[in-house]
Design a protein around this ligand. Structure first.
Ligand code: NAD
Length: 509
């Protein structure tokens, strides 16, 4: 395999066995700067042969890494944290350049990635085994966890740093090697992280990155050398990942799309609720799986007040290039994403929605070809409209009306997704009913984005998550390891007579 020490451009090359691969790719794809709409560089697309070579490297490196001491593994992870802090500006710059999110948003993402890294240093505590002495007949039973070997990590575009690091660091902390397939739209940050892992002292071949599209993903899903897959992305793709990966006997955790409702009761602090809605709904141009998509107002009076308050806040929002420090949010990731946002607005209007704020047709001086869409807010959304049914990954948010809490909960539960849901109220009783009845994995009470801290499990329900396992939080350490249970007996004396063999089913007596 031809390799170079440093890629001419982060993201343009695969990273395999501790170096950027210089092999001529059979296919390449464009990476854009969404703020200008221009192609920045072309990234190599891998194929089955590249995946196969990479898995061979990872299997071998993983075996050695699994035998490294826990102390050594954690030292590498601590060094990685320090290096990421040291390179924070560069990481945020690449993230903003390729994804379009503002630098301050990219810094926020980085802080959550660091939190995941810090949490991964708890791996020895989470994975330590259990021991029962003398369960019967002089037998001791104990269980322990071992790394699964190689983990395939398939990441989305909207968190180019946080998702690869959340998946990859815990997998590495418990002793696995990783084959990462970053989103082909934002491979630059993962390439920089690859270089930092090497600088942190991670052995070559433990962290690898293959760029590309579905061809690489399917090769990963079918490869017998990869026993575990973590995926984050859309529901359409995640369902395929889960089914195809399971068919090839892999354990799969797939986190997918969301449609997150925010229910506001008449007794809530409406000023606080309006401000929380705007920040949770439009941050990162609404390209977050936990962004609030729909404001569900209980009572017409609540709806009217919130409609005015939200409209006032939206009027103050500034859309701009990723490196404009005064911008509240940046462009969408692609021209196609922008077009789909515009068509969702047209359809919502045709289906009876009432536009409160219209973000179509904005242009940013000096960035006329950027993929920008302004904040759009549509009232009178109902469950038979596309705006309610589909995940719209862009700044188009809707407002719905419910007569009471029961009806609001029915609306939330009627949706096929169950990532997050939140309620704003001063009533503890109403909040308790909401948390008990709503079928979503992450719930908020007067908290608009209920993404849990790293030491709690993250993950949705229903079609927002496929597979029983968690890949973020304490359960991730269990997902990335296999459990063995040993029953052992050691002879106590030399004098024991060999017993007559018993063919009865083993009992504990
Ligand atoms: P996506 O599903 O288009 O892509 C995700 C990954 O799958 C990428 O690496 C991509 O190359 C690969 N892929 C795309 N099409 C494929 C195919 N046909 N076969 C195999 N692989 C394929 O998602 P995206 O647009 O990058 O990210 C946005 C989506 O991710 C949204 O739906 C968002 O809600 C979701 N998301 C979910 C969470 C969560 O925790 N639930 C977090 C972040 C993003």
């Amino acid at each position: 395999m031809d390799t170079v020490k440093q890629a001419p451009r982060y993201g343009s090359h695969h990273y395999i066995n501790g170096a950027f691969s210089n092999a001529e790719p059979s296919r390449t794809g464009s990476v854009f700067n969404p703020s200008t709409g221009h192609e920045i560089y072309r990234t190599a697309y891998g194929d089955r042969a590249v995946v196969d070579d990479t898995v061979q490297v990872a299997v071998k490196a993983g075996r050695e890494w699994a035998n490294a001491s826990q102390a050594h593994r954690l030292q590498v992870i601590f060094r990685m944290r320090e290096l990421m802090l040291h390179q924070a500006d560069k990481i945020a710059e690449i993230t903003g350049l390729e994804s379009g999110k503002t630098i301050s948003d990219a810094q926020g993402e980085l802080s959550r990635a660091l939190e995941a890294i810090e949490f991964a240093t708890n791996a020895p505590q989470i994975t330590k085994g259990e021991y029962s002495r003398n369960v019967g007949g002089g037998i001791d039973t104990f269980s322990f966890r071992q790394p699964v070997g190689v983990v395939g990590c398939i990441a989305p575009f909207n968190f180019p740093v946080m998702v690869p690091m959340m998946m990859g660091t815990m997998a590495i902390a418990v002793g696995n090697a990783v084959v990462l397939k970053p989103s082909e739209r934002v491979p630059g940050a993962s390439a920089l992280l690859s270089e930092l892992w090497a600088e942190a002292g991670l052995s070559a071949g433990v962290w690898n990155m293959v760029n590309g599209d579905s061809e690489v993903v399917n090769a990963i899903l079918e490869h017998p050398g990869i026993p575990a897959i973590s995926f984050v992305g859309s529901t359409r793709v995640g369902e395929h990942i889960y089914q195809h990966g399971s068919k090839h006997n892999k354990r799969v955790a797939a986190y997918t799309g969301g449609k997150n409702h925010m229910v506001v009761l008449p007794d809530a602090d409406l000023d606080a609720a309006a401000s929380a809605f705007v920040s949770a709904a439009y941050g990162s141009s609404s390209q977050r799986c936990m962004a609030v998509s729909l404001l569900v107002c209980v009572g017409d009076e609540t709806a009217q007040k919130l409609r005015d308050l939200v409209g006032d806040h939206i009027a103050q929002l500034k859309v701009g290039a990723y490196d404009d420090p005064s911008a509240d949010f940046g462009p969408l990731v692609t021209q196609a994403a922008k077009a789909s946002v515009e068509s969702a607005i047209e359809r919502a209007v045709a289906e009876g929605g009432e536009i409160v704020s219209d973000g179509r047709g904005i242009t940013i001086d000096g960035h006329e070809n950027g993929f920008f869409a302004g904040a759009t807010f549509i009232d009178k959304v109902t469950t038979d409209m596309q705006l309610w049914q589909d995940e719209i990954f862009g700044p188009v948010r809707g407002m719905m009306r419910a007569k009471n809490l029961d009806e609001a909960i029915r609306i939330v539960n009627a949706h096929e997704y169950g990532n997050g849901a939140v309620i704003f109220t001063r009533s503890g009783g109403a909040a308790q009913v909401f948390c008990a009845e709503v079928e979503a994995g992450m719930l908020g009470v007067n908290v608009a984005v209920p993404v849990p801290v790293g030491h709690h499990n993250f993950g949705g329900l229903r079609r927002s998550k496929f597979g029983d396992a968690h890949m973020f939080g304490p359960d991730a350490a269990r997902f990335y390891t296999k459990l063995k249970t040993v029953s052992q007996r050691w002879p106590q004396t030399e004098t024991a007579q060999p017993a007559k063999p018993s063919l009865n089913f083993l009992s504990n007596g």
